[in-house]
Design a protein around this ligand. Structure first.
Ligand code: F0G
Length: 458
């Protein structure tokens, strides 16, 4: 008999999580104004709100915490991290920041001006937020296949080169500070970008004289998909693949809370000295001195180790295949999910799951709330609430997809937790005909409203 798969780690410390009843959860979510971000974590049984900063560090990372150097300038932890970033990405200049959006804030302060256009593949909401906050525009050039949740395209994060060239042709070069390529593409469902597409985007950018930056939060998961799916890469190591991908760009912003395997942190890495100098000024203003940028020395040390661990095949296999394990259970139950499965999360297709709830009543939000009530499971809406209003017309923006994301923290839950999630969803799916009405927003912030919006049940 062939030996079954097993994780390449064992558990050294456990954290208790609390069970609750449906009655309790009904009361709690009402008190939280039907916003899952408003729940305290002790009211959640399985927390799949995000895979960001929620993973488990390894013993080697914890050991590194103990030798962290907290010197203000030039700490050995900084140097260790700088060296690792150079080794893994190939980029020459490096600036730590406290998280990914801080890296965006610093880099975009140097590069983005009012009236600019920043094309990319389904920009993440903080990326789009930092572009729009500067009165510039993010243009989505993702391939159309990404918007069909049952299309089995292996690289649904890819950029449509025609869409991108149309943007290049219809705006002067000076108005396009850079293109941002998000690997994997979170907003398209944790979908990867191929090396071929990265190369093609890079060549097009060079032809028009426009820099290419990566939003590299999940670059290691992206490299894993390349190894598994792209011909010619099956025998390359994850580190080789990641480095090749980065070689086609000019720089990157990173949320280390994902593939850095730490709870907090981010950075910018790039090749252009002039841009580095400009970004340095903003880093000092917003984040801290350039050798810590809002991070503790010990955290920079743990990140250096984390980046190395996250780019090892055995770790990535257990990571990405756990997502697929959950995805396959859901598919077997007939639950509509995005396929192929993403690298960090399973995305439920609310348009197919609860089509009778009107879109104006935030059907994906309604589904996310139901999942909490039934199972104590906290996912997140990736649909109309997240899409915010159009900055000019202030009308709701209706994205092509209404999704609920179940983002799985790294090295944190077991496959029993995945089974539990799958059965809770099956039970909801079996009674989906009863779901006909959703929610209205009674209070919202002008930008990134999903974090704090208050809802009323209709
Ligand atoms: N880029 C991508 C692709 C992201 O997924 C995130 C964060 C960021 C940038 C911003 O990084 O949180 O460190 O400031 N994504 C989290 C999520 C919040 O839940 O997907 P950050």
């Amino acid at each position: 008999m062939e030996l079954p798969y097993a994780e390449p780690y064992k558990i050294k410390m456990v954290e208790h999580i609390k069970r609750s009843t449906q009655e309790q959860r009904l009361k709690w979510i009402q008190e939280a104004d039907y916003n899952l971000f408003n729940l305290s974590s002790d009211k959640v049984f399985i927390d799949v709100l995000t895979d960001s900063g929620t993973g488990a560090m390894s013993d080697k990372q914890w050991a590194e915490m103990m030798v962290g150097d907290e010197s203000y300038a030039g700490s050995s932890s900084f140097l260790k991290l700088k060296e690792t970033v150079h080794k893994i990405t190939g980029f020459n200049y490096f600036l730590p920041t406290h998280q990914g959006r801080a890296a965006e804030n610093v880099l975009f302060s140097a590069l983005v001006k009012e009236g600019d256009i920043v094309p990319g593949n389904s920009h993440f909401d903080t990326t789009k937020g930092h572009i729009e906050f500067r009165k510039a525009k993010a243009v989505d050039c993702t391939i159309d296949e990404a918007f069909d949740t049952s299309n089995m395209h292996p690289f649904k994060g890819n950029v449509d080169l025609n869409k991108l060239e149309t943007v290049f042709k219809s705006h002067p070069k000076e108005k396009i500070p850079f293109v941002v390529l998000t690997i994997t593409c979170n907003s398209a469902g944790g979908q990867p970008v191929s090396v071929q597409n990265t190369k093609d985007v890079s060549a097009l950018c060079k032809k028009y004289g426009i820099p290419l930056y990566f939003d590299a939060a999940r670059f290691a998961e992206n490299a894993y998909f390349i190894k598994k799916r792209e011909p010619g890469y099956e025998n390359k190591s994850i580190k080789e693949i990641a480095k090749e991908v980065f070689s086609y760009g000019d720089g990157m912003t990173m949320s280390s809370k994902k593939d850095g395997l730490v709870n907090m942190g981010g950075f910018i890495a790039l090749n252009n000295e002039e841009v580095f100098k400009q970004a340095t000024v903003f880093n000092i203003m917003f984040e801290g001195f350039i050798t810590y940028g809002g991070m503790n020395g010990r955290d920079m040390g743990a990140l250096a180790v984390g980046l190395d661990e996250a780019t090892e095949f055995n770790y990535l296999e257990s990571r990405v295949e756990q997502i697929a394990f959950l995805g396959q259970k859901l598919v077997d139950f007939g639950v509509p999910v995005q396929q192929p499965f993403g690298g960090h999360a399973i995305f439920l297709d609310a348009n197919k799951f609860v089509p009778k709830i009107p879109r104006e009543e935030y059907r994906a939000q309604a589904l996310a709330i139901e999942i909490y009530i039934v199972g104590g499971i906290r996912g997140v809406e990736i649909g109309t609430v997240l899409a915010d209003r159009d900055p000019v017309t202030r009308e709701n923006r209706y994205p092509e997809l209404e999704l609920v994301r179940l983002a799985i923290p790294r090295r944190t839950y077991t496959n029993n937790h995945m089974e539990y999630i799958a059965v809770a969803l099956k039970n909801i799916y079996d009674t989906r005909e009863e779901a006909k009405s959703g929610y209205m927003i009674v209070d919202e912030a002008p930008i990134m409203r999903h974090f704090t919006a208050k809802f009323k049940k209709l």
